[in-house]
Design a protein around this ligand. Structure first.
Ligand SMILES: [Zn+2]
Length: 347
């Protein structure tokens, strides 16, 4: 590692220097860490392979971070080298706790991996961490997230190899195949080893911290990543991404006042991984206004006309039965990521 890297993140080998930093609440630990943190816990096998657990790439998603701290505080060793990466610590501890996916002036830390020629501090950090991981014998990786709307627990598989699908089925009953090409950490590692994201529902809930901890326990207890289980109970494939057009001023719920162009109905996130039937009203625009949403397929082609229509009275409706996933509930999340995705059930 070149010295410049140490400015971008900090690294711990073993528990000796790390343990004293883990005292206090999970929030206290954020302040103590202060920056992205990479930890290696040496394995017990004579020539151990390695597994990676990543959390907090999004600063508002606490469930995985808390589960990772549980593991580190327990102080265990595994047959494999356990690598832990704790991502956007600054966003997680700014303006209170777990209030920001990323800060103004920052990039989304799960969109900065393997971009090469890194132009920003965060991309340099991502490259430096990938350099370290590339020198390990990485056997599997998981990255733990939360959603901003109501969703079941599920795993995202960027590259649906048999091994990656088997790993996903170990940590979740619902699996989403998603060739996202968004420079996520799990995409960057997919050519190296099975790599999946674990989505643990809404942040800030003890029940979802418990789910993250259970998924992590299963991941760490897995004797061999390549052993195949029964497979996921249900599998979906990501097909379209839906955004609110950038010039459109919008809100979730409330009246369609003059200063708004679109009001979206509340509660539609209850349909995530279920069905929105053709004809369902999604929201309302002023009569005469054009389509406020933009849908694109995974190759970036505009598919809005296939899914949406604005009726004469301003009702915004879906025109085909669709399975929404990650339908969000906040304007900020819609702007920082998207409104939702549409998926197709595979089994
Ligand atoms: Zn996330």
């Amino acid at each position: 590692m070149v010295r410049a890297d140490l400015d971008l993140y900090q690294r711990f080998d073993g528990y000796d220097d790390l343990k004293p930093l883990l005292d206090g609440s999970d929030e206290d630990v954020l302040v103590t860490l202060g920056k992205p943190t990479l930890v290696r816990i040496p394995g017990t096998d004579p020539r151990p392979r390695a597994r990676l657990v990543s959390a907090l790439l999004h600063g508002n998603e606490d469930s995985g971070y808390r589960a990772v701290l549980d593991v580190l505080r327990a102080g265990g060793h595994y047959p494999f080298d356990l690598w832990v990466f704790i991502g956007n610590v600054r966003a997680a501890s700014h303006d209170g706790w777990f209030a920001h996916r990323y800060l103004d002036g920052q990039e989304d830390f799960n969109r900065t991996w393997a971009l090469n020629a890194p132009t920003t501090r965060m991309r340099r950090c991502a490259d430096a961490v990938l350099d370290v991981l590339s020198e390990t014998d990485l056997d599997a990786a998981v990255d733990i997230h939360n959603n901003t709307g109501v969703n079941p627990y599920y795993a995202i598989v960027p590259d649906p190899t048999d091994e990656a699908l088997a790993l996903a089925a170990v940590v979740a009953d619902t699996v989403l195949r998603w060739p996202l090409r968004a420079h996520t950490l799990m995409e960057a590692l997919s050519p190296v080893c099975p790599a999946v994201s674990i989505e643990c529902g809404l942040p800030g809930l003890p029940v979802n911290h418990a789910y993250a901890a259970e998924a992590l326990r299963r991941f760490l207890a897995l004797a061999a990543v390549h052993e195949t289980g029964p497979g996921p109970q249900q599998m979906f494939e990501m097909q379209h991404r839906v955004v609110v057009r950038p010039e459109v001023r919008f809100a979730f719920g409330g009246a369609l006042a003059d200063e708004l162009d679109l009001v979206l109905n509340v509660g539609l996130d209850a349909h995530n991984f279920g069905m929105l039937l053709a004809g369902t009203t999604l929201g309302r625009v002023h009569p005469g206004a054009a389509m406020p949403l933009l849908a694109t397929d995974m190759r970036g082609r505009d598919t809005s006309g296939r899914f949406f229509d604005v009726r004469r009275d301003g009702a915004l409706v879906v025109t085909e039965d669709v399975t929404p996933v990650m339908w969000t509930t906040t304007v900020q999340q819609t702007r920082r990521d998207c409104l939702c995705y549409f998926a197709r059930r595979r089994l």
